[in-house]
Each structure stands twice: as C-alpha cells, then as structure tokens.
Design a protein around this ligand. Structure first.
Ligand code: GAF
Length: 385
C-alpha cells in the first residue's frame, strides 16, 4: 500500500480527517563509489521507483504525530522539547528531521504524518534516508514554499548523524532528493556539486537486477563507524584532509599498517571507478555496459578483500550471477548485509535469477528477493488525489 491513495487512507483510518498532501521519497541503489562519500570522494547512485510515502497535515499545536503502516499505534512528540536520544526506533528518523530543520532555522509546524514504505527495510536500499527525506519535504512544504534540495539533504543527514546517532555520509539523502529518471547522480562529496549522468541500460538491452540477500543490513552496527575511523587514520598518516586527495595508489605504500593500506586502496580505486563509469556512460554509452560490468565486479573484489565488508550471501550471489553470464555484479551499500546489484544482458536476466536462487537453495539459505531497479525520479509531492 505505497500509493498516495493508500497513504491518504492510512491517514484517515489512524488519525481521522483528511491529509493536506502526500509526499514520496525513493530508496536508492549505488552504481559505484562505496564508502567514498565520507572520504569526500565521488558517488554515483540512482533513485529507485520504490520508496516511502507520507500523507501529512498541519496541526494547530506544537506536536508531531507519527504513525506507520507497519506498526500499531502512534508516536507523539513535542516539537519544542526534541533532543538527540529523546526518541528511539523508527520514529527517531522523522523526529530527528524536525529537530534538524529547526536547528537550521526553518519553521517546523505541528503536523501529523501517516507513513508507509515500499522499500524492504534492512536491504541496504536506504529506507532510512527515504524516511528522512519524505519527512523533510512534507514538513517544509506544509510550512511554505519548497526549499533547496541540497540543503534538505544536509539537514536529513544531520538528523541521522546527530539525532539518531548513525555516522553516515551524504550519499543516500542526496540520491533520494536529487535524482532524475533515466540518470545516475554524480556527486562530488567534497564540493557537493552534482550532475545528472544519462543512464538507461534498457536502451542498450541491458538490465539491472537487484538481489536482496535477506541478510539484514544494520548501519547502527559498529563496523561502519570502524571503517570510517580507519579511513580517517589512513588519511592522517598520509597528511591529507581525506582520502579523496589521493589519486595514485602508489602513495599508499607509505602506510605501514596493511589493514589501513587496504582500506585506503579501496577508497582510492573506487573513486577512480566512479569516474571511469561516468566516462563510459557519457562518451560511449553504446559500449558502456560490458565495461561497467567489469568495473562492478572489480569493485566487489575491492569491497570484499580490501574493505572487508562483504558477507557470504553477497559473495555467492555475485559468483552465481557471473557464472550464469552477468556482465558484472557487486554488493551495494554499507556492507555486512543487504543487496547485490547485477548488470545483465536482457536475455541473461532469467538465467541469472535462476542461478542465484539455485545457489541459495543448495545452501539452504532463505530465498533471495529479486527487485526491479530502474533509475527513477527523486522525492516529490505526489498528486492531489
Ligand atoms: C551507507 C551510508 F549511509 C552512506 O552514507 C554510504 O557511506 C554507504 O553506506 C556506503 O557507500 O548507505
């Protein structure tokens, strides 16, 4: 039930009355550039068609009232008493956005939000960022004219970092708010400049297969923060503000610690892979897909062996997809759970799906979920129905 009409109905049934509007924010898939965002590097995500809807209405008081189609009851918070740590669970994300908006000087009206999600949680597809972004859009547009999307992305990230306490980068919120259909979003996480890169695999008879490995990805787990700290240490040892400042892996020989050297090598080479993918998509889109496939698989090996954040189900999905003829495949997102992205020729989609399902069945693992992944539009107000 993630249609605008469904969200309006949820609003009516839980709160009574009519919503003033319905907003939508998508989840994301990252084509290339993993763990590069907080190293001030490049990322190349695109928005999914699947996302989170919120039917919302202003309230006359200073309360933010939230309900979710997936949870019973409702959560009510006082907008004038919001503080990090004061709200827990799923409601911390929208409450955190209200807090971060106010901290940035925006008017935050009392509001009721009825929320539903079409993004599987824990699949590494940024359902949390979608929740933050749909809240940011709904609250600001209930209050007045539309706000700058880059500012909203920064506010949504601040909610996640400082209110929820997850030390993520800026990629997911940017993808959800800035993406355009038929494009991937090239974001320079140092300057925060972004551009739209035409990305239409179907036009070249290629397909993107998204494979939810059903191992839950939890960003709050400590490994993400540990990787961040390792990257910062590596940059410090080399005397640069961030790993983005390195372009040649030979410079990494100056790091004695082999673990830190591997972490840094992943970041430096993944930044290069982002720019290579963009080069192929812009200069030779007709020939790009085998090359992008090759780079995807290279990235998976880097994430598995240098950054050490892959997990057995992802490795098996990648191996099975490649053996069945995929052009390339890799784990996506923060790691240790979530999804794999495979790039396949149109006629290989069914054999690849079957091979991955079979590889999981042979190991008695929970069957993977296959999802559509079409580069889609970013967050928006959904029709007035
Ligand atoms: C998660 C984080 F939220 C992003 O900021 C990014 O670091 C990603 O992991 C890894 O590329 O999605």
């Amino acid at each position: 039930m993630t249609s605008p009409a469904g969200a309006r109905e949820l609003f009516r049934s839980r709160f009574g009355g009519t919503a003033d509007g319905v907003w939508f924010a998508p989840g994301r898939v990252n084509l290339m550039g993993e763990h590069t965002d907080y190293n001030e590097g490049y990322v190349l995500p695109f928005a999914l068609g699947q996302g989170i809807v919120a039917a919302a209405a202003r309230r006359a008081d200073r309360r933010l009232v939230l309900c979710s189609a997936r949870e019973p009851g409702q959560v009510e918070v006082d907008l004038d008493r919001l503080a990090p740590g004061g709200v827990t669970g799923w409601a911390a994300y929208p409450a955190g956005v209200a807090w971060a908006l106010a901290a940035a000087g925006h008017e935050v009206p009392g509001a009721a939000l009825a929320i539903d999600s079409g993004v599987p949680a824990g699949a590494g597809l940024s359902s949390s960022a979608a929740l933050e972004c749909v809240t940011a859009l709904a609250l600001t547009e209930l209050a007045g004219p539309a706000r700058d999307r880059r500012e909203l992305a920064a506010i949504a990230r601040r909610a996640e970092n400082d209110f929820v306490g997850v030390p993520s980068g800026i990629m997911d919120q940017s993808a959800s708010l800035l993406s355009q259909r038929g494009h991937a979003l090239l974001l320079d996480c140092r300057s925060l400049e972004s551009s739209q890169v035409p990305f239409d695999p179907a036009a070249s008879r290629a397909r993107l297969l998204l494979i939810n490995t059903r191992v839950r990805h939890e960003l709050t787990a400590g490994e993400y923060g540990r990787r961040r700290a390792e990257c910062a240490r590596a940059a410090g040892l080399l005397g640069v503000p961030s790993l983005r400042y390195l372009t040649d892996t030979a410079e990494l020989d100056r790091i004695d610690d082999p673990v830190l050297r591997r972490r840094a090598r992943h970041v430096v080479t993944d930044d290069q892979r982002v720019l290579e993918v963009v080069g192929w998509l812009t200069s030779a889109p007709g020939d790009a897909y085998p090359e992008i496939g090759r780079l995807l698989t290279q990235a998976h090996l880097s994430l598995r062996d240098d950054f050490e954040i892959s997990w057995p189900e992802a490795d098996v999905a990648v191996e099975a997809a490649l053996a069945a003829g995929a052009l390339g495949a890799r784990m996506i997102g923060g790691g240790f759970g979530g999804s794999v992205l495979a790039l396949v020729r149109e006629d290989a989609a069914d054999p690849v799906r079957a091979a991955v399902a079979d590889a999981f069945a042979r190991r008695s693992w929970t069957a993977p979920e296959f999802l559509a992944a079409a580069p889609s539009d970013g967050a928006r107000r959904a029709g007035l129905q």
